[in-house]
Design a protein around this ligand. Sequence first.
Ligand code: NAP
Length: 258
Amino acid sequence: MKDPFSVEGKVTIVTGGGTGIGESIAREFAARGAPVLIASRKVENLERVRDEIRKAGGQCEMAQCDVRDAEQCDQMVASAVKHFGRLDTLINNHGASITTPTLQLSANGWRAVVGINLDGVFFCSKSAARQFIEQKSPGAIINISSTAGVHGSATMLPYGASKAGVINLTVSHASEWGSKGIRVNCIAPGPIDTEGAAPRVWPNPKVKEMVAKSRALGRFGTVEEIAYPCIFLASDASSFITGALLIVDGGQSPATAE
Ligand code: NAP
């Protein structure tokens, strides 16, 4: 009997797959037999992860891609199809932020963050959906938003706003593409201790402790704790789930839950 939770053979693109959460998603999918293509701007990170996944026996290719450029997103999908013959899952994990108060935030700063977080998800999703429809076999899209997209962020305004846009885009795309069998879901992580997030969001031990205490579970999440729900949402076990938002944040502590 086929395991409904399996992602074996499911061709998967992971944007931002050279670091942090994306790296873990790529490793966990490849370890379960999914051919994986990782994509981002920095080739050195992609090469390291690709080589390590291959060494561990997984299938991995890479594509240099700036998700702000629609053509590069098309090429990223084409590259996955060239290497593996098809596409089954797109994981829009890429993301960026700056911590600047609104009155000091330039138009360029705003546009840079929204361009990566929101335009990037739109371009990659469009390229993937076109491929799903052409190959006449539905696929799954998983968008990585943030709890800042649910609650807002006073210190990272364009980040919160663009991540809220990702949640909205998820519901709209799920609705638009449901008749084609394409499922689109969203995960909103809470604090996950990665090298990318740490210097911006918990720059010193005192803030780090406060963030941990703000969670009902009293700790940060691990990168695997985001990768595992991605496996569920890519697998047939979630075949009737689309347009959903899964908040993975360790819960709110009693002090912050009011
Ligand atoms: P990270 O290591 O900084 O990951 C961000 C990734 O996005 C990098 O691999 C980066 O690769 C890629 N990226 C940035 N701009 C890009 C662009 N223009 N084109 C293509 N790729 C681009 O941080 P992380 O913590 O693992 O975050 C992963 C995702 O989780 C992000 O969407 C983030 O918003 C979300 N998230 C994280 C947390 C947390 O606490 N860590 C909480 C909520 C949500 P390159 O620099 O090579 O392009």
